[in-house]
Design a binder for this molecule. Sequence first.
Ligand SMILES: [Cu+2]
Length: 130
Amino acid sequence: MRSRILARVVAVTALGVALAACNNSSDPVGSVAAGPATGDAAKIQAADGNRFTPATLELPAGEEVTIQITNSDDAAHDFAVEAAGLNTGTIQAGAVATATFTVPEGTTKFKCTFHRGMTGTIKGVDQAQG
Ligand SMILES: [Cu+2]
């Protein structure tokens, strides 16, 4: 009898740990904000299937740019540019956030810290070209 109760306690504890592991969350870091952009913004979506669309953004190198991230998925995501020390923090399903930074030249990676492989690339394009 006592061992059965103990087994149940262990099972419930394991369930709690499993649920905690699924409860993705992160805190905002850097020049980020909740809600839509108030001015011009490059727009990107966190989409069904743990992917960003588009996964590649071409932005003007050396300029301060705001990226607006819309979570069109039914799971939470975030948007992090580690090289720039940015993380929107958790973007709940249906929510919108922005991240503002000066675009480096060349290739800069961004990602969702909750989902391995949910990544993308910012291409900082020299404005003197084209
Ligand atoms: Cu994600």
